[in-house]
Design a protein around this ligand. Structure first.
Ligand code: IPM
Ligand code: MN
Length: 359
């Protein structure tokens, strides 16, 4: 298969982790006889520094015409600490999601036997946890009208959802549940918010088309608690944009490190693959960032094009590296490997993946 992949490394640790997934994708192309073409483009603080624009036209054009986008990370402390900044790196990512129509962000969360004791949560609570969060990505409070009063003493962000926006992601989430354990949990705040009541009503109606899927509802505050108390109860979680952002960071604690959590952002035409973590500025250039979230996002890219064997090869390589403790310091404190060494190891495994057995 021939694929044109736009690579947007972004800020902080973005470039160093993305380099590892490109390396792994190249190894996949070699091993399985594909032709992947990679083109880099600027986004985020890196783009503001050079062009005063977090999402330059050339970057957006490249993404539009590519088959997929591999995204690194975004954000820089100089903006985080400056509430008055007019142009912010994050605007680049948000605009990109909106312009590409990436309405569904899919974030799988699982545990690895070897890492069960990595989590601050008790082993017996998290063992077997395996869920996927369907986070709505182009609506809600992130994209509603925003304003700050002239005197700077008040501000507002509007949360808006239409039935259509709920509909399209809900269908994807129900279909995912059918491929998994047939359970869907809608997380909302329907006891308080109008938008949440619209979510409940719309999702209940759609549920009739999926009678084999068991649907239940949780308020987001309770869901946050349940995620920690009893994460194995979840199969597919469907939720709006901001609740999904918050819950997925929380869920990463179950797997042992946020450096393991991948995501796919899909729409009707384009698709983008990005780790759920941020730009981790304190780690930039130190070789300590975990590239696995980005590499597993690359596996989701392969899945997206039905390259299942290839995606499984990448996931198997990751499992082997974890088994053998070839991990960055977030996971392996005593004898850790650098970002690049983990990438090299996974790259090497892909070539001989058929000869490797995991037990
Ligand atoms: C994420 C990130 C982004 C978000 C930020 C960087 C805008 O936290 O992808 O989860 O809030 O969506
Ligand atoms: Mn987030």
């Amino acid at each position: 298969m021939k694929l044109n992949i736009a690579v947007l490394p972004g800020d902080g640790i973005g470039p160093e982790i993305t380099q590892q997934s490109v390396k792994v994708l190249k190894a996949v192309a070699d091993r399985f006889d594909h032709e992947f073409q990679f083109d880099d483009a600027l986004v985020g603080a890196a783009a503001i520094d050079l062009l005063e624009n977090p999402l330059p036209e050339a970057t957006l054009d490249l993404c539009h015409k590519s088959d997929a986008v591999l995204f690194g990370a975004i954000g820089h402390p100089k903006y985080d600490n400056n509430p008055d900044a007019k142009v912010r790196p994050e605007q680049g990512l948000l605009k990109l999601r909106k312009e590409l129509g990436l309405f569904a962000n899919i974030r799988p969360v699982r545990t690895y036997e070897k890492l069960l004791d990595q989590s601050p949560l008790k082993r017996e609570r998290i063992a077997g946890a395996d869920m996927v969060i369907y986070r709505e990505l182009t609506g809600g409070i992130y994209f509603g009208e925003k304003s700050t009063a002239q005197d700077g003493k008040s501000a507002q962000d509007l949360c808006f959802y239409s039935e259509e926006e709920i509909d399209r992601i809900a269908h994807l989430a129900f279909k995912a549940a059918q491929q998994r354990r047939n359970k869907l949990t809608l997380v909302d705040k329907a006891n308080v918010l109008e938008t949440s009541r619209l979510w409940r009503k719309t999702v209940k109606t759609i549920a009739k088309e999926y009678p084999d899927v068991e649907l239940d509802f949780l308020f987001v505050d309770n869901a946050a608690m349940q995620m920690i108390l009893n994460p194995t109860q979840f199969d597919v979680i469907l939720t709006e944009n901001m609740f999904g952002d918050i819950l997925s960071d929380e869920a990463s604690v179950i797997g042992g490190s946020i450096g393991l959590l991948a995501s796919a952002s899909v729409g009707n035409k384009n698709a983008m693959f990005e780790p759920i973590h941020g730009s981790y500025p304190q780690a930039t250039g130190k070789g300590i960032a975990n590239p696995v979230a980005s590499i597993l996002s690359a596996a989701m890219l392969l899945d997206h094009f039905d390259l299942t064997e290839e995606a499984n090869a990448v996931r198997k390589a990751v499992e082997v590296s974890i088994q053998l403790n070839v991990c960055t310091q977030d996971i392996n404190k005593d004898n850790h490997y650098t970002t690049e060494k983990v990438g090299d190891f996974l790259e090497g495994l892909i070539a001989e993946i058929d000869n490797i057995n995991i037990n």
